[in-house]
Design a protein around this ligand. Structure first.
Ligand code: GLC
Length: 471
């Protein structure tokens, strides 16, 4: 690389760090989080909040840089927002929940934190992912600081237990996966992902792995047994039922419907006609594959969802072979999955009648925009982490090159539109914090793959499950 070019990229990073500094939220004089976006040209709406999921890349970055205080304060303050008692009112958040976001409010010179569990959000969607991310951040904090005593504090152990109780509670269905409503994760609007979306399952698995390491002196053995039981069931369910490659497509294509009883091979009664198998047969490379977006009764959503697939690699929810196949697919179908801005939130977009039904005619989710096939720069860190974990560093390099030449010029937009991600998102905020931190984190992971430890897990092995964070 030319020296001049290197200097420009250095400047880009410096600028990104400055912007990140500006995004920090202070509460009673202590840094507690980062705002979603610092774009004064648009109405703030809730972009002046600190979103738990948006803070993930900030947190990992701060941990890498030794800025432990902000992550510690974030964990402490968000834990205080967790309801610890059930209020038998359907409109209030349930026990164990962590809010989607919070902001600092001042009245009469008194500061307090106002949280949003979904009651202020558009369409009142509930962020199921917050409590899962919260445990994942806590685990990363303990890994980075080697301070297990922080997580051992009674209120933290209780916080983890409440989340686990919520996730492992007996429900009406009989799958090891988590049943959630639409808009329960990064895709915060109706997109036809209610049921058992991959993103939630991957985060659920990662949070179970993390909780298992953190619940060291948990008085409640039942929860620990519950986690140990659930982990292999969830893993095997996903690896089998969500997996799509040419071999599996051949099996699905010849599925018989209406099978009954224990011996059914088509357990979910998937009708092959509901699968775009003609397109998939052309699209799937010989050695590529991926985990489907959603599996439920007579439903196999074959859309590729980026975050779910990347987190499945990082948590080892996907097998090693599957992880390699996912990276093969990304490499071979680069234009569709990555395009000119790493990377697309999902592929393909839903169009025409499907768009109308799935999104409820949402103008923000037009085909190839926003959640419906838009490109989200924040996803670059998870792509690079997955590339590092699978030893596919070339994929990482290729992705970074695309991002670093454009993001700062475009003022760090929230998302891009179009089939190749060439258009700055129609409604995109500028100076979006997770765009900035996603890029900076990707750079740090490229420089030092050792940091992967904060977010990555090896294959699950019951024998060693109880080993606390190896410090
Ligand atoms: C959008 C995204 C959501 C994100 C929020 C704040 O609503 O869908 O995932 O947390 O913006 O950036």
């Amino acid at each position: 690389m030319e020296r001049e070019e290197l200097a420009i990229f250095d400047d880009v990073e410096k600028q990104a760090w400055k912007l990140l500094e500006k995004s920090i939220i202070y509460y009673k004089g202590r840094p507690v989080g980062t705002v979603a976006a610092c774009d004064c040209s648009k109405a703030a709406l809730n972009y002046d909040h600190c979103f738990v999921r948006d803070f993930v890349s900030s947190a990992l970055l701060f941990l890498i840089k030794g800025r432990y205080d902000i992550v510690r304060n974030f964990l402490e303050e968000t834990l205080k927002l967790q309801p610890i008692e059930s209020q038998f009112n359907a409109y209030t958040p349930i026990q164990g929940f962590i809010p989607a976001s919070f902001k600092v409010v001042s009245t009469n010179e008194q500061e307090y934190l106002e949280s949003d569990f979904g009651e202020h959000a558009i369409a009142r969607v509930t962020s199921v992912d917050s409590c899962l991310w919260w445990i994942i951040i806590l685990h990363a904090y303990v890994k980075a600081t080697k301070d297990i005593s922080f997580a051992l504090q009674p209120e933290f152990q209780q916080g983890i237990m409440l989340i686990m109780e919520l996730c492992l509670a007996t429900r009406f269905d009989m799958y090891p996966t988590l049943l959630v409503p639409d808009g329960a994760c990064m895709i915060f609007r109706r997109m036809g992902i209610y049921g058992y979306p991959l993103e939630i399952q991957a985060l659920f698995y990662t949070a179970l792995r993390a909780a298992r390491k953190l619940l060291i002196c948990a008085g409640d053995e039942e929860i620990v047994i519950g986690i140990d039981n659930r982990l292999p069931l969830l893993r095997d369910h996903i690896r089998h039922h969500y997996w799509i490659d040419m071999k599996r497509l051949n099996v699905i294509y010849r599925f018989k419907g209406e099978e009954y009883g224990h011996l059914a091979t088509n357990q979910f009664n998937i009708y092959p006609d509901s699968i775009p198998y003609a397109n998939l047969a052309i699209w799937l490379p010989k050695h590529g594959g991926y985990l489907a977006g959603n599996v439920g009764p007579s439903q196999l959503d074959t859309r590729f969802f980026a975050l779910g697939n990347m987190m499945s690699i990082l948590s080892s929810l996907a097998s090693e072979q599957q992880s390699q196949a996912i990276m093969n697919l990304i490499e071979e179908q680069w234009d569709d999955l990555v395009g000119e801005m790493p990377m697309k939130i999902c592929f393909p977009a839903v169009e025409k009648e499907e768009y109308r039904i799935f999104t409820g005619c949402d103008p923000k989710n037009m085909p190839w925009s926003y959640h419906n096939g838009g490109s989200w720069p924040v996803l670059i860190w998870s792509l690079i982490a997955a590339a590092q974990k699978t030893g596919r560093t070339n994929i990482g390099k290729r992705a970074i090159e695309l991002a670093q030449t454009r993001l700062s010029e475009d003022h760090w937009p929230e998302y891009y539109d179009g089939t190749r991600g060439l258009l700055i998102g129609k409604e995109a905020r500028r100076c979006q914090t997770w765009t900035i931190t996603g890029f900076l984190l990707a750079k740090e992971l490229m420089r030092n793959p050792h940091h992967l430890e904060l977010i990555s897990f090896g294959q699950f092995d019951l024998e060693n499950a109880s080993q606390a964070c190896e410090l």
